[in-house]
Design a protein around this ligand. Structure first.
Ligand SMILES: Nc1nc2c(ncn2[C@@H]2O[C@H](COP(=O)(O)OP(=O)(O)OP(=O)(O)O)[C@@H](O)[C@H]2O)c(=O)[nH]1
Ligand SMILES: [Mg+2]
Length: 220
């Protein structure tokens, strides 16, 4: 007897992606635009860590993006290693109207290089591109930095939604290309319900969230 596969069973991969960057650049709003197509103008600073998921089709395979979000503020930085563990991709966000948030991007790249897997795919995002009159970072500066550091780059607006989908999909496609070239023994890959690939599972991720919540409590 043929049984229909559930959506969960059809998922070929779960990719963990982290969103990083200074406080108030729009990390949480970018994520909620991509995961739920929602935007909130008076969103509060994120406390601790959270993740949201969205399943998309990449190269004809169902891929669940598990996207983690945390505060940009220094005082929560004790979460660092647990936050980056198993991440295959990073969205490194700055605010095109805040020069300082772009000047800090190099530090965030250093942090990724120090704590994340060497093959992590990094997407540089200049967010709030809708604020045309208050731009403080020319796109050319970011293009140059991205080329030097080997990052992908998009300007987005979480408010209007412009480029949010293309940026996330490009990141997921690049991760897909990286992992399909890698040997199947990578511990960062998930084949739900058994199979050849094993590693981080959603349930495990939930417990890591609690682990990080404890960490962030300790660090205050
Ligand atoms: N105009 C405009 N405002 C935005 C955009 N994205 C976010 N915002 C606003 O910027 C503020 C900060 O957004 P958040 O998403 O909370 O910023 P965050 O990077 O998550 O900040 P932390 O959690 O403190 O690290 C909020 O008032 C958002 O409404 C955008 O694309 N355009
Ligand atoms: Mg936030």
């Amino acid at each position: 007897m043929n049984q229909e596969m559930s959506e969960e069973e059809k998922i070929a991969y779960v990719f963990k992606v982290v969103v990083i960057g200074d406080s108030a650049v729009g990390k949480t709003q970018l994520l909620s635009r991509f995961a739920k197509n929602e935007f909130c103008l008076d969103s509060k600073s994120t406390i601790g860590v959270e993740f949201q998921t969205r399943t998309v089709s990449i190269s004809s395979k169902l891929v669940k993006a598990q996207i983690w979000d945390t505060a940009g503020q220094e005082r929560y930085r004790a979460v660092t290693s647990a936050y980056y563990r198993g991440a295959l991709g990073a969205m490194l966000v700055y605010d095109v109207t805040k020069r300082q948030s772009f000047d800090h991007v190099a530090r965030w790249v250093d942090e990724l290089r120090a704590h994340a897997d060497a093959s992590i795919v990094i997407m540089l995002i200049g967010n709030k591109a809708d604020l045309l009159d208050s731009r403080a970072v020319p796109a050319e500066d970011a293009v140059e930095f991205a080329e030097t550091e080997n990052l992908f780059f998009f300007e987005t607006s979480a408010l209007s939604g412009e480029n949010v989908e293309p940026a996330f999909l490009k990141l997921l496609q690049e991760i897909y290309d990286v992992v399909s070239k890698k040997a199947l023994d990578s511990s960062n890959l998930v084949k739900p319900n058994g199979g050849l690939l094993s590693g981080l599972k959603i349930e495990a991720a939930q417990s890591e969230v609690s682990e990080m919540k404890n960490l962030s409590t300790c660090s205050c």
